[in-house]
Every structure is written in C-alpha cells, then in structure tokens.
Design a protein around this ligand. Structure first.
Ligand code: SF4
Ligand code: SF4
Length: 686
C-alpha cells in the first residue's frame, strides 16, 4: 500500500520529518541555554535523583508526576482551567500512543522500519480508509477510531473551547495575548481540525459504510454536514491529509521556539526537578556567569502563563501591570536569555536595548515585595521568589538596576546599614529603657545574642518593638547581649536587591562577633534577618540556634518558664512573609497567642501560606513607596473586615507598615509585636 501514493507518502511524512528536525534544533538550542546555568551537573543531579528515590521525597516525586498530568493546583484555582489543561495533555499523549499502536498493527505498514512507521503513524488512517470493509473491520479498530476522535474532541471542543471561552468571552485572563500565543492556539487546534476534515473527506471518498464510519464519530458527523456540498471528494481528501501533515510538521517544529508550546515539554520536567530536592538559592560568583541556576532556567521555560500568580499578587492588585508579576516578568527574562545566550543568537542582528527599555525592564523586576505568595499557587511550583532575586542579580550585572540599589550598597559600605544612619546610634532606642545597660551591653560573652536588625534599631516608629524584646529577655532571666555598633546589617536588603557578590562581608562581621560571644542562641524580632540567618549563616555558625521571638516566646510558655496574666479582645496573627512562607514558622505564634488568658483568637481568612504581604518586603519601598502604602492599606482592610481588636505580627517592618496604614485609614485596629503582646498580657518569670 505504501508507495501507491507517492505524493502523499513523501509529502506528509516529509513535513512531519522536517518538523521533527527543526524541533531537534530548537531542543538543542534550549538545552544549550540550560547548560549555561549555575549549579549542579548531570552526575550530581543523577545522584540526587537516586537519593530521593530512597527517601520520603519519593512521594513528592510521584506527586509531581501526577501533577504533570492533572495539575491539581489548577483544579483548585479553577475547575474549568484544570479540565482544559488535562484535556489537552492527556489527549495529545493519547493520540500519539493510539496512532502508533494502530500503525504497528496495520499490515500496510509492516514492511517499514519502526522509525519510518513512527513518521507515518499520524497519517495511518489515510491508508486505512482505502481498504476497510465490514468483513475486515475489528473491535480493536473500532476502539482505535473511538479513541482517536475522542482525544481530538477533547482537545478541540473541551480544551481549546474552554480556553477560548475564558479568554474571549469571559475575559478571565490576565496576560494579554501576543501573536505567538494566537499562533500556538491555532496550530494546536488546527491540526485536529484538519485531521477531522481529512477523515471526513476520506469517508466520503471511499464510501465507508456508516456502520464503520460512525466510530470516527466527529469525522462522521462532519462528513454528513459537508456531503450535501456534492464536491468531488477524491480531489479533496489527499489535499486535506497533506494540509494536516503541514500543520503537524509546523506544530512540532515550532514547539521549542514558542513559549506557549514549549512549556508542554518543560513544565513536567520543572515539577519533577523541584520535587527531588528543596530549593536553595545559588548566588552567582563570577561576573561573566549567567545569574540563574540550571533549575531556574528550566523553570523560566516551564511557566504556562496561566496568570494565577497575578490573581494572588499584592502588587498587581494595585498596579494592574502584567509584566511585573511573576508570569509576566518570566516572559521578559526568557526573551532576553534567548536573545543573549541561545545557540543561534549571534546569527541574529538585534536592535540594542534603549535606556528607556532597560529602565522599564528594571522597574518590572523590582516591582515585587518578594512575598512568595505566587509560588504557593503556581501550578508548576516555580520558585518565583528565588527566580526574582536572580533576575535582580541579572539587572545588577547588566548595570540597569534602579539607582536606589547603588545608594543602599553605598550606605552599607559606609555605615554598615542600608538606612544610612551612623551605626554607633544602633542602641539609641535603649536609652529610655529601664533595663540596666550592663545586663546586655558591652559584654564579652553571652549565651543569647539578641539581633535587633536595622529597621527596628533605627526606626523611631517601632522602637517599642526593640524595647519589648529587650524586656522579654530580661524578664525571662536570660544571659544575653545586644551587639550595638558591632551588629551590622544581616545582608538581606542587599541580597534581595540582586547584589549577590556584595553582602558576604556583612555576614562575616556578624559571624565573627557572635562567635566571639560564644553564643548558643541568636534571637530575632525581624523576620527578614531571621530568614537570612536561617538560609545563609547556618554553615558559618555551626551549633548556634537561630530563634525568632515567636518561637522563643512559645518555648517560654510551653516550658512553663513564665506566667501570663491576660488580655481581653479579638486577637489575630499576621504571618510575615519571610517567617511564614520563607521559613515555615506558622504554628508557634498561634499557639502562644491562644495560650494567653482572655484572648479570643481570630484566624484571618488569608493565613499561613496564603497570608497577605504588608508591602514592606523585597526592597519595594526603595523603588515605589506609594505602592507599598497601598498594599499595606489593603491588609488593614482585611483586619477590619475580620473585626479584630489587635493584630499581632512578628517583624518590625510589618509593624511599621501596618501602623502607618492604620493611621492613614483611620482604622481602630491595634498592631503589636509578639513580645509587646505577651508583655501587655503581664508576662512574669515563674
Ligand atoms: S509563574 Fe506560575 S502561576 Fe505565574 S503564570 Fe507562570 S505558571 Fe502561572
Ligand atoms: S512575590 Fe508577591 S509581590 Fe512578587 S509577584 Fe509574587 S505575589 Fe506578587
């Protein structure tokens, strides 16, 4: 049978083959970019896969495999979206398998090699319809036909139908459609539409009996619709099949070059890679190094542009700027990486970026609080926060970061804090404290170091937080020290600004002083300092325990080291992003608050991993203070809607933001640091 229609035989398979060849080139280009990323190579990754297989992470691995098909987070967000995605994924895999199995069972295609048969398998029905008869038609062939049209129906009507309904009728998408997106939608559905047309014209050309043709139920209905046109169908069926070949070849060849299609390949890879080992941000060390890890380069390719991140983004809520949210900014960086690092990039002559376009790009990259809520809802589980920090490293590397970043660095170098206050004034807030200075100051040795942090040290609006923590440690009877002038910025503002190679000297100084103190514990009231120590200091201070004050207070209460009087009122807890999502500390503060007599604990509707950012994170205040205030204002509205009397938080910066917003909004809510709350509840040492 093969060879009887030389035009068709060579044309369709050739179109598919060319598509595969172009796909291979694009694949190589994209893999080439991935190899330029920092971090582990193939052997190290392979080792971690083997280790993961024999550890509890195996369940994460299976979860990721499952999610590659059913995208549970998408379903949770929106059932229609989930159905559309699953329909497309399952149907494409299904149609490839069914076609190949069917081609393998057809006598007409037995004399050719497996590879050649693979090339012909999408067109096997072209040969099948010519010879099929009621006498030879089997149950197995009926099943292939049902599956074939069933998968096509799922993609065209369910998958693409839902996507078109949501985008054009419901207008539910955040990201505007670009030409490449329209092309992807057309080419994805177009192949199936043409396939159905080819099947229908074949049915009409060869007068396939209804008892057989009806198993190709979509094509069968289509054949009934077009039959009255009375055309000479044998003229059309070869053209239809050839067109379907062109579409298939174009679809396959375009996949690596079109982000809307390429994620079909990369999203499952990203999910599996992220399931095997926890995220660890890698700082670039050399100036000529691409400031993204291999994992991040895969994640950039894996974003499906679903826009869910935007729906949960505190910044987008006020800016409506799609390019600044994770999905939008990932698209921007993806374009730049492909232009700058691709295999073929040197062959393409591009216009250099203008000053305006560079500034605009940098603004998008820095318009983010790094709250990390988008990571919690991202169906691909992309580490959006870490990725954003790397994008900022890229901006610094390209010398396009906002000027505020350089100002912060200059201040840190000069006075060891980014707020540009003389570091000798770090303990000014303590001048009015009743705690005798010799208890905590100028000590050579102490079991506990209270690391106050820059914002709490220098911001008069929250000096009460530092005083409360000082009193807390004093009343608990700790042997503790405050480092004063010897406490330098922990490095957090520089890290998140993208200054990956410019903060380690701050860490080295703090490590040196804490070591000199021979401290066993470091206690923090700032969520960001705590986050930085937890992630970046531990290996330099082995054996030293880092405790946030919410953990410290919870321990005091749980160990029955203190008595609490009581507080009357509805009290809620606001999760600081760097403490909750960033370090996984959710329960100790809740347990501590609930143990205070008289408290009516109120859980905010958006809590723990989905809690709302106060706006004060990610250095956003350095580049857009107005936006920060709006974000904080929205958070205070959440408190008001929950009718709380007191909101407890666990970060000086959160308290400052919330306090300002309460004032601006005229809200009656009172915001307190955890230490302030327990002291107000009459905490006493037993
Ligand atoms: S980052 Fe995640 S949530 Fe945002 S558009 Fe991409 S896939 Fe969707
Ligand atoms: S980290 Fe927060 S502010 Fe930044 S894009 Fe994600 S949700 Fe928006």
């Amino acid at each position: 049978m093969l060879g009887q229609y030389p035009l068709f035989d060579s044309f369709c398979a050739a179109a598919f083959m060319i598509g595969l060849f172009v796909f291979a080139l694009g694949l190589l280009n994209n893999l080439y970019i991935w190899t330029k990323g920092m971090g582990r190579g193939i052997i190290s990754t392979g080792t971690s896969i083997i280790v993961a297989i024999f550890s509890p992470r195996l369940f994460h691995f299976f979860g990721a495999i499952l999610d590659s098909f059913i995208h549970r987070r998408l379903f949770k967000e929106n059932i229609l979206r989930g159905v559309a995605m699953v329909s497309i994924i399952v149907s494409y895999i299904g149609i490839i398998v069914v076609n190949h199995v069917k081609a393998s069972s057809m006598p007409e295609l037995q004399s050719i090699s497996h590879l050649t048969r693979f090339l012909y398998s999408p067109f096997c029905d072209f040969y099948f319809f010519r010879t099929v008869s009621e006498a030879t038609f089997t149950h197995q062939q009926a099943l292939y036909a049902l599956l074939n049209d069933g998968f096509g129906f799922l993609i065209l009507v369910v998958g693409e139908g839902i996507l078109i309904y949501r985008r054009f009728i419901k207008r539910a998408y955040v990201f505007k459609m670009k030409e490449a997106d329209i092309f992807a939608v057309i080419i994805l559905g177009g192949w199936f539409a043409l396939r159905f047309l080819a099947e229908a014209t074949s049915i009409l050309s060869f007068n396939v009996p209804d008892s057989i043709a009806s198993y190709w139920f979509v094509a069968f209905v289509l054949s009934k619709i077009i039959a009255p046109l009375g055309l000479h169908w044998p003229d059309f069926y070869i053209i239809s099949w050839c067109l379907s070949g062109i579409f298939l070849g174009t679809l396959v060849g375009t996949i690596p070059f079109n982000r809307k299609l390429w994620h079909i390949v990369t999203a499952p890879i990203a999910m599996v890679v992220n399931s095997l080992s926890p995220e660890q941000h890698i700082f670039s060390k050399q100036a000529d190094e691409i400031p993204f890890s291999k994992r991040q380069l895969i994640e950039i390719d894996a974003c499906i542009k679903c826009g869910i991140c935007a729906e949960h983004c505190v910044a987008y809520k006020h800016t409506k700027e799609e390019h600044a949210v994770s999905g939008g900014v990932i698209s921007l960086i993806s374009e730049r990486l492909r232009q700058g690092y691709g295999f073929f990039s040197s062959l393409i002559d591009r216009e250099p970026h203008t000053k305006e376009s560079q500034d605009w790009f940098a603004t998008q990259v820095y318009t983010c609080t790094l709250c990390g809520r988008c990571k919690e809802v991202c169906p691909i589980n992309i580490n959006t926060r870490s990725l954003r920090v790397s994008m900022r490293e890229y901006a610094v590397r390209e010398k396009i970061a906002p000027n505020a970043v350089n100002i912060a660095l200059g201040a840190a170098k000069k006075v060891h804090n980014v707020l540009n206050y003389p570091n000798a004034d770090r303990l000014m807030w303590a001048e009015f404290s009743d705690v005798p200075p010799e208890v905590y100051s100028d000590k050579k040795k102490a079991a506990v170091v209270y690391f106050v942090g820059c914002m709490t040290s220098f911001s008069p609006a929250i000096s009460g937080v530092a005083e409360a923590n000082l009193n807390l440690l004093y009343q608990a009877g700790e042997d503790f020290a405050i480092l004063g002038e010897d406490e330098w910025c922990c490095g957090f503002p520089l890290i998140v600004a993208g200054l990956s190679q410019e903060w380690q000297w701050l860490r080295d100084k703090n490590v040196e002083v804490i070591k000199m103190m021979q401290a066993k514990q470091v206690v923090f009231n700032c969520a960001s300092c705590y986050h930085t120590f937890k992630h970046e200091y531990q290996e330099y201070l082995p054996g030293v325990e880092f405790l946030h004050n919410v953990e410290y207070i919870h321990r005091l209460i749980a160990d029955k080291r203190v008595n609490l009087g009581g507080i009357k009122g509805r009290v809620a807890y606001h999760d600081p992003c760097d403490l909750g999502r960033g370090c996984g500390v959710f329960e100790p503060p809740r347990k501590a608050i609930k143990s205070i007599p008289g408290v009516e604990y109120v859980e905010l509707p958006l809590n723990r991993r989905l809690s709302t950012c106060c706006g004060g994170g990610g250095d956003l205040e350095m580049v857009n203070a107005d936006l920060v205030n709006k974000i904080a204002g929205s958070l205070v509205e959440e408190f008001d809607e929950s009718h709380v009397d007191i909101v407890t938080t666990a970060c000086g910066q959160c308290k400052r933001m919330i306090q300002n917003a309460i004032k601006a909004k005229g809200s009656k809510v009172k915001v307190m640091d955890m230490a302030e709350l327990v002291l107000a509840a009459g905490m006493e040492k037993k």
